[in-house]
Design a protein around this ligand. Structure first.
Ligand code: FAD
Length: 440
């Protein structure tokens, strides 16, 4: 019997774990190397939009995720000052609702993925800090000196990826976006203790609420089956260039948002401590691959989280790459009987990049466009934006016609959330094989 391909993954974040799960489902041998000694996910809530939940449904773990999440019915945009409802984007209205839009605590998400990867037979090794990659030998060297070889190496090592530098051959750090975020979660009981009827009403709705205002916005939604709530506030970045995160001052945060909707400021008063995060992103990389090594997730396309798509894109990358490698392995085991003799792992990785890179750039630029739309100063442009948002019709316009904002552009939104990554990866395989056949 043929040996399975060995995939060595650097990083046990959402992207690395997604690859591990899908690659094990395809029968690859998978080793995940994670530098932290313990997996303690940083951050608070995370949204799992339908393009990611569809992949989890295809893997059979959607129900497990649902046990710890809330199915969001809609995303609502509200005016910063008074909470006026400007626009509701309902899942199902204009958008396919076969796969849910989940909101979950990041710790629950990562725990479920780790469990699933291990149950499927992936090896996850903690405390393994990868220091160097050898492209010729197809191996990684850890800080401890240990060398680990694989048939394919996946750099899922996040925003500050060292494999990105190694693949590009030069330093390529992420860039500042101009924004920073405060993030935190509250228990339902802490919010109920505020004794505010409007806060109580908001907590009863399974929706993502966003307040948009000058230079800033806030995002609030339930996690843990509605027993906890997540809040993210963004504002202009004032952290020094080299500082990524810092303990924030509650009084400074309250002062910045003091004139916002009283419902929001009530919720803010429940914060007991707050962490500031510098928000970083990266322009499109020249390449995601070199030899038998490829990047995925934030390592190759960190973006502003203003479409809730960062982790979802990492899941898509993992699914696309695992699907292509899985079909490649089957083809090897059949002795390349499908006429694809010229196929090699670098060729597979190139096709993974061809499938994913342009899409992630579109989403990266979409987040920047949302940043501009959300953060308009009060005035003529904001009034026009609000008028357009209030009048949104949720129907796909004829080809050639676009909406003023991608947020209400049904064609754009459908292209994001209705994507079937696994089907697209299979189609990419067929395209690759037929092109190779044509070139024989
Ligand atoms: C405020 C905020 C809100 C967000 N909200 C959403 C949302 O609602 N929905 C969404 O889809 N996305 C969201 N995102 C984006 C999302 O968090 C990221 O895009 C996603 O977590 C990236 O996953 P990843 O696996 O690529 O990287 P990471 O999660 O960063 O994982 C990288 C892993 O690699 C490990 N590692 C790094 N270097 C090494 C090394 N040398 N050796 C071994 N291991 C290493 C790290 O320890 C880490 O565990 C948000 C981001 C922010 C900042």
């Amino acid at each position: 019997m043929c040996q399975p391909l060995h995939a060595v993954v650097v990083g046990a974040g959402i992207g690395g774990l997604a690859f591990a799960i899908l690659a094990r489902k395809q029968g690859l041998r998978v080793t995940v190397l994670e530098k932290t000694e313990e997996l303690t996910p940083v951050g608070a809530g995370i949204q799992i939009p339908p393009n990611a939940s569809r992949i989890w449904a295809q893997c059979g773990i959607l129900e497990k995720l649902k046990e710890f999440s809330v199915v969001s019915k809609a995303t609502q945009l509200r005016r910063w000052k008074d909470g006026e409802l400007l626009c509701t984007r309902t899942v199902g209205e204009g958008l396919d609702d076969r796969w849910p839009w989940l909101v979950i605590h990041r710790a629950d998400y990562q725990r479920i993925l780790v469990q699933e990867a291990e149950d499927l037979g992936a090896t996850i090794r903690l405390g393994c800090n990868v220091q160097a990659v050898d492209f010729d030998l197809g191996s990684l060297t850890l800080v401890s000196g240990e060398v680990i070889a694989g048939d394919v190496i996946i750099g899922a090592d996040g925003l500050w990826s060292s494999l990105r530098r190694d693949i590009l051959g030069h330093e390529s750090p992420p860039q500042e976006t101009g924004d920073l975020a405060y993030r935190g979660t509250f228990s339902l009981s802490a919010l109920q203790e505020l004794g505010d009827l409007q806060v109580d009403e908001l907590c009863r709705q399974d929706v993502v609420t966003m307040w948009i205002g000058p230079e800033s916005h806030a995002v609030f939604y339930p996690v843990r089956c509605g027993k906890e709530f997540n809040l993210v506030l963004t504002r202009p970045d004032t952290l020094p260039p080299n500082v990524r995160t810092e303990q924030g001052s509650l009084s400074e945060m309250m002062a910045l948002f003091q004139n916002w909707d009283p419902v929001l400021t009530q919720i803010l008063s429940a914060f007991s401590s707050v962490l500031k995060w510098k928000m970083m992103h990266h322009e499109e990389l020249a390449t995601w691959t070199r030899g038998n090594v490829a990047l995925l997730g934030d390592a190759c396309h960190p973006s502003l989280p203003y479409q809730a798509q960062g982790a979802a894109m990492a899941v898509e990358d993992g699914a696309a790459l695992a699907t292509l490698l899985g079909i490649y392995q089957q083809s090897l085991h059949r002795g390349n009987g499908d006429g694809a003799k010229q196929l090699t792992i670098p060729k597979i990785l190139e096709n993974y990049e061809a499938l994913q890179k342009a899409r992630t750039t579109t989403l990266h630029l979409g987040s920047i466009s949302n940043q501009q739309m959300y953060h308009l100063d009060d005035g003529g442009e904001q009034k026009e934006r609000d008028r357009v948002l209030r009048a949104a019709e949720w129907r796909e316009r004829p080809l050639g016609e676009t909406e003023a904002f991608i947020w209400i552009d049904v064609r754009y939104q459908r292209a994001i959330v209705e994507r079937d990554t696994i089907a697209d990866a299979r189609a990419q395989w067929d395209k690759m094989v037929s092109e190779l056949g044509a070139n024989k």
